[in-house]
Design a binder for this molecule. Sequence first.
Ligand code: NAD
Ligand code: UD1
Length: 336
Amino acid sequence: MNILLTGGAGYIGSHIAVELLHAGHHVIVVDNLCNADAKSLRRVAEITNCEPLFFQTDIRNEAYLRQIFAANRIEACIHCAGLKAVGESTQKPLEYYDNNIGGTLTLLKIMHKYNCKNLVFSSSATVYGAADTLPITEATPKKPCTNPYGWTKSMIEQILIDIQHAAPEWNIILLRYFNPIGAHPSGKIGENPNGTPNNLMPYITQVAVGKRPQLNVYGNDYATPDGTGIRDYIHVVDLAKGHLKALEALSRNCGLQIYNLSTGNGYSVLDIVKTFERVNGIAVPYKIEPRRPGDIAACYASADKAARELGWRAELGLDDMCRDAWNWQKSNPDGF
Ligand code: NAD
Ligand code: UD1
């Protein structure tokens, strides 16, 4: 299939590109490189021996998108492009709404114009907010979001639901990612955050490589077994493979579907630190700090619906995630 992959130079997008190319798809990447390095796509080519087609443009550039659709018979879109820094979104809400929602609307208009009505959207666990019961399932009610980034995901979901409702020939899958970590086992692509990492695993790997003195563990007084926050971490390669399964479902005319991409397992911050130290034989010094504002105690989700309907389950465990995250970081201490 000819697949348009927005945000394909980024962390998750580059891993999706690898899986798509391995499966024999033609991949057309659109990325404005606002949070990525084009070298990631060169690395994708090294891993797969196939070159994705790359257009450096903003997805809000309607004229450019139109040219891309006119020149390539695009059959489906995987839409990962977006801004994703929660803290920054509270400082620059307009930028987030414009980029994420504006970009999606432009993409949808052009898809409609070129009669491409198959879409997989990168949504997030953030749309569940602080769920009342765990594990989260797709039937768990969405709660109000706590930041503009989260609202962009929640609002885009609603836009897509409304579009598919009005025009049932659209096939749209909302994939709600839990906490993607790790890297391709080759060590050639991985997460490459700008500045100080906000998320746990890139912070740990930067401590391990000596860029930062210690990890700050935000809170050890949560109502969890060791007091630190629990999350559902998923290997980015498993996550990427979920998109292949979603594409197959689009081809079966699935209509509108929502799936959690998670493992069902919750691990605490200290579980991650200890596993990372054990698997990689490297110390991660840490200090307990106050809770991070806006954090929840625990979040993990059932992926049974994806297993049942897509035939997808995460296959890699926490040891793999820690090993591959470190392999990427130590082979690329300064990123790409
Ligand atoms: P990323 O920043 O590495 O990738 C996003 C890519 O989109 C980047 O390459 C960026 O340059 C590009 N981009 C942003 N705005 C664009 C625009 N207007 N036009 C063209 N390109 C644009 O982030 P990621 O971690 O790979 O996340 C991919 C998607 O998954 C995002 O939509 C993100 O919100 C979502 N998501 C990520 C996580 C996570 O923890 N990483 C969790 C849930 C959902
Ligand atoms: C992040 C996103 C959220 C998204 C979710 C799943 C942020 C702020 N939030 O949150 O929008 O829905 O991933 O993709 O980016 N921690 C530390 N020290 C650190 C960093 C984190 O102790 O330096 C702890 C946190 O308190 C939390 C856990 O590690 O308990 C995971 O944090 P993080 O990686 O930021 O993920 P989420 O909090 O789930």
